[in-house]
Each structure stands twice: as C-alpha cells, then as structure tokens.
Design a protein around this ligand. Structure first.
Ligand code: NAD
Length: 500
C-alpha cells in the first residue's frame, strides 16, 4: 500500500483521521505513490490554533535570532537539494535538471529572507515638532496562509512561509493535493533546522479545506498561486472576510520576435521557453509573435528545432521534458489542440498520442506547434499549460504591442531584437508585469519581486522581495515627546559593550 501523507500540526507529523484520501500518482506511469488526506475541519482548526499560539511567542524572538534559524534552514535545503528534487521528479514527472531548478529557485528566496534585519527596518523623522520624533515600526500580522499549485511544489511554498515566518508570523500551508510529498520534505528539514514548533503547519485537501482557511477569523493574510478562476474566487472571498490577499494566477505569455533578432538565439530560447517543464510554467512562452514578412519562413526552423525535442522520464539525460501532471491535464491539452484544428489554425506539429517506450501509461504529449493562430481561437484565449506553441504574424512592432496589450493576462513577455530602440519601445508600452529583452523567461531574483500584472495577478503587493515583506507585515507609527526637564540622574558606568 502506498504511503499516507501526514499532516504537520504543532511541530509533529500526524496521520489524519479522515476517511477521504486523494491518490497521488507518478505522472510517467500513473501508479499511485501516496495517499493525500482531505483534512477534517477539526484538524484544520487545531493547526490554526497552534499557529496562533506559536506566533504569540515567536514575535518576541529577536530579529537576528529569527534570521539565524532561516540560515540553518537554507543550509539544510542546499545540503538536501538533490533528494528534494528526486521527490519533485517522482510526483511531478519533471526531468531532474528541472526539478533541481525548482528547488534552487526556492532556496534563493530563503537566502533573501536571511537578510530580514535590514528588510524589516522602519522609518524615522527626528524633530517633527520641538522635542517630538516620529518612528514607524514594522510588525508581523499574526497567522498567514498559503495555497499553492502543483507546478512548482518546492519553489512556490518557499516563496511564502520562510519570509512570512522570519517577519514574525506563523504560517498555515495548503499545498497542491497533486504533489504534497515535496512540501512535506520541506517541512521535515524545517523541523530539523530547530524552528520552534507551530510556526509552520501543513494541512491538505481541496476546495472546502481552502474555504475554511481563507475565511477563518484568525488568518490575517492569504497568498495564493494557481489558476485564474480559483484565484479570483480566493481573492474575493479572502478580501470579503477583510483579509489581505495576493493571488498570482494564470498566464498567456508572448515572445515578440523582430526581424533583426539573432535567429539562432530566438529559436534556442523559444523552444526551451515553450516546452520546458512540459509547458507547465506560469511564465512559459505560449505565443510567438513574428513581426514582418522576413520572419515568415522562420516558422520552418522553429518547427525543425521543436521536432527534435522528446519527452521522457526524470533520469533520461536525453529527455527535454517530462509528462503532464495528470490524465485530466492531458485530456485538456489534447482538447485545446483539437479545437485549434477545428477553428482553422495550421497544426504543424501534433504531439497528441505520443508514446514513450517502456512507459505506456504516462501522460505524454509531444511538442506541438500551431501556426496562423488568431485572437478569436480557443487555443489563444485559454491558458494551455502544455508543450504547445501558438504562432501569430503581425506586420509591425506597434501591432505586436497592441496584440499583447489586448490580451487579458499580463504575467510575462519578451522581445528578441538587436535594436535598443525597439526593445525600449516595447518595454515602455506593454502592459505586462515582467518583460524580458532577449531573455525568454524574465523571472526576477528574490531581491526584486515577482511582478506579474494585469489579469495574472489580484492584489497590490507581489511575492518575495521587499513587496512581500510589506505584505506580511504592518506598519505602526509612534509619535514621541520627551521633556528635558524630566531627565533623571545617571545609573553609573556600564563597563561592557552589551545593551542592558
Ligand atoms: P489550481 O487553481 O487548480 O489549484 C491551486 C490550488 O488551489 C491547489 O492547492 C488546489 O487544491 C486549490 N483549489 C483548486 N480548486 C479550488 C477551489 N475551487 N477553491 C479553492 N481552492 C481550490 O491550479 P493548478 O492547476 O495547481 O496550477 C496551475 C495554475 O497555476 C496555472 O494556471 C498557472 O498559470 C498558475 N500559476 C501561476 C503562477 C504565478 O505566479 N502567476 C505560478 C505558478 C502557477
């Protein structure tokens, strides 16, 4: 019998009492590798109560001491990067290089959290009136919560709880029920780093369990990453319950290709950005916008490069990417490819029905290239989340900008060009939160923030970086007056350098 995934409550890994279990499968074989519990309401209640009690103690812990716990956690994550990546690969199907990247991009956020003493500084103005000073202090919120998607089971939880906790909060995480084993490994290492029990709680489940968390009176802020309809619902519900919310959601990312771009660079970068991780990245390039007549015949070169990619299992060094996460995801992507054909697009590469030798039951899909796509087509309107690239043609950079701006999403985009002027014009005029110039997937490192925009984000403050510190804290302002006439006599000398 495949193992049961525990809950992590009050610093202990405990079996749920539920009778409702979700199968966790290996996407390359569809074998059941674990059973994920749908937590009972009282278990979630216990987790939130424990988080609340732990936070009351934790906010007293000096900020540099909090940072030292996070340093120990960072060292453990680095030491165990490969074993975490193996779990990522087993439950998501990602090839090992990609799974290692998933963990690494999370470790980078933890490294940033180590700098909390400078990140959490407030502001002061001395002498706002005679003898009066004003100081703003940065305080934790209390208990924060995170709801995470399947596609980065290491990186996205690590976007959230280390920073929330180092800011002085505690955190309740509800990871994706499709790959809960990776976040549990992150929790084991958290335990090993010696953090006081209760600061991180992990509960599992679906819609109802999320609902209980995001409406709970003791939850002060909700971070969500996932699909757009769910994110919109979570944003509305959490804010209606007077909580802070940040919801990072779906995407449709365009790469604009100018005729003066280096063709080989375009092709290498485009193919990887479209098919890497089987296209299951919120920053994957899913639309190539070719500008000008001269670029029309580049489609054949793109096709030749994509045709060389083949999916495979995590340890296959030749595999470019792995299977899709589930049968349902596979059926959805196949349906969208079929719709493109029915709606008049040109299917240049069709990845449906792809077989990988030795793995007949995997959720495989080959690289898929669809040309002559228009804005009305379903394959353009919906996020595909598979190794599928749509190609569109426009005559000018202005038309490309207008096309990208008409799209409701705004997570990421890139332009490939040799012209600084074209790049600047694109960067200045596109209404997208993250822009790459000759960089296909412009995800900023954690000292910036992940600034997806427009319909790809609901909220004000983005994940990681300075914005996330503001999201997980509130500012209190103190106005102080001291009267010189009240200065008492001295206390005698202090011969040490310690504060007392
Ligand atoms: P999903 O929306 O199905 O699930 C995300 C989380 O929400 C899971 O924990 C799930 O259990 C929970 N959930 C699902 N339905 C719910 C409901 N009705 N009510 C409350 N909670 C519910 O997303 P997914 O398929 O796991 O992830 C893929 C999506 O995530 C894609 O759309 C992708 O673009 C997006 N994503 C966005 C970013 C970003 O930063 N913008 C990053 C990664 C993934």
């Amino acid at each position: 019998m495949a193992k049961k995934v525990p809950l992590y409550i009050d610093g202990r890994f405990v079996d749920s009492e539920t009778s409702d279990w979700i199968e966790v499968t290996n996407p390359a074989t569809n074998e059941v590798i674990a059973h994920c519990p749908v937590a009972l309401p009282e278990e979630i209640e216990r987790a939130i109560a424990s988080a609340k009690a732990a936070q009351a103690e934790w906010r007293q812990v000096p900020v540099p001491e909090r940072a030292r716990y996070i340093m120990r956690y960072q060292a453990l994550l680095k030491e165990h990067q490969e074993d975490i990546a193996r779990i990522v690969a087993a439950e998501t199907g990602k090839i090992m290089a990609d799974a290692m990247g998933d963990v690494w991009r999370g470790i980078e956020v933890v490294e940033h959290a180590m700098g909390i003493p400078t990140l959490i500084m407030g502001e002061t103005v001395e002498q706002v009136a005679r003898g009066v000073d004003t100081i703003s202090w940065v305080h934790p919120l209390g208990v924060c919560a995170g709801i995470t998607p399947f596609n980065f089971p290491a990186m996205i939880p690590l976007w959230m709880f280390p920073l929330a906790v180092v800011c002085g909060n505690s955190f309740v995480l509800k990871p994706s029920e499709q790959d809960p084993l990776t976040p549990m490994r992150l929790a084991e290492l958290w335990n090993e780093a010696g953090l006081p029990p209760g600061l991180l709680q992990i509960v599992h489940g679906r819609k109802e369990q999320v609902e209980q968390i995001i409406t709970h009176p003791d939850i002060k802020a909700v971070s969500f990453v996932g699909s757009a309809p769910v994110g919109a619902h979570i944003y509305r519900t959490a804010t209606q319950h007077l909580k802070r919310a940040q919801c990072m959601v779906g995407a449709k990312n365009h790469m604009v290709i100018m005729p003066d771009a280096n063709k080989q660079q375009v092709i290498n970068n485009l193919v990887g950005a479209a098919c890497g991780a089987a296209g299951q990245r919120c920053m994957a390039i899913s639309v190539a916008v070719l500008v000008g007549e001269e670029t029309r015949d580049w489609v054949e070169d793109i096709k030749a490069a994509m045709a060389k990619l083949r999916p495979g299992v995590p340890d296959d060094p030749e595999a470019a990417y792995g299977p899709l996460i589930s049968r349902a995801a596979l059926e959805r992507v196949e349906r969208l490819i079929a719709s493109a054909e029915e709606e008049g697009a040109t299917l240049l590469l069709d990845g449906r029905g792809y077989k990988v030798e030795g793995y007949p039951n995997g959720n495989w899909i080959g690289p898929t290239l669809i040309d002559n796509v228009t804005e009305e087509m379903t394959c353009y309107k919906e996020e595909i989340f598979g190794p599928v690239l749509c190609v569109m043609h426009v005559d000018t950079l202005d038309e490309a900008i207008a096309l990208v701006n008409r799209n409701p999403y705004g997570n990421g985009t890139s332009i490939f060009t040799d012209s600084g002027a074209a790049a600047r014009k694109y960067r200045f005029n596109t209404e997208v939160g993250q822009v790459g110039v000759n960089v296909p997937i412009p995800v900023p490192l954690p000292f910036f923030s992940f600034t997806g925009g427009k319909g790809s984000f609901y909220g004000d403050l983005h994940p990681y970086g300075k914005q996330a510190v503001r999201f997980y804290t509130e500012t209190r302002t103190v106005v102080e007056r001291w009267f010189e006439s009240d200065i008492p006599d001295g206390h005698g000398p202090n011969m040490t350098i310690n504060l007392r």
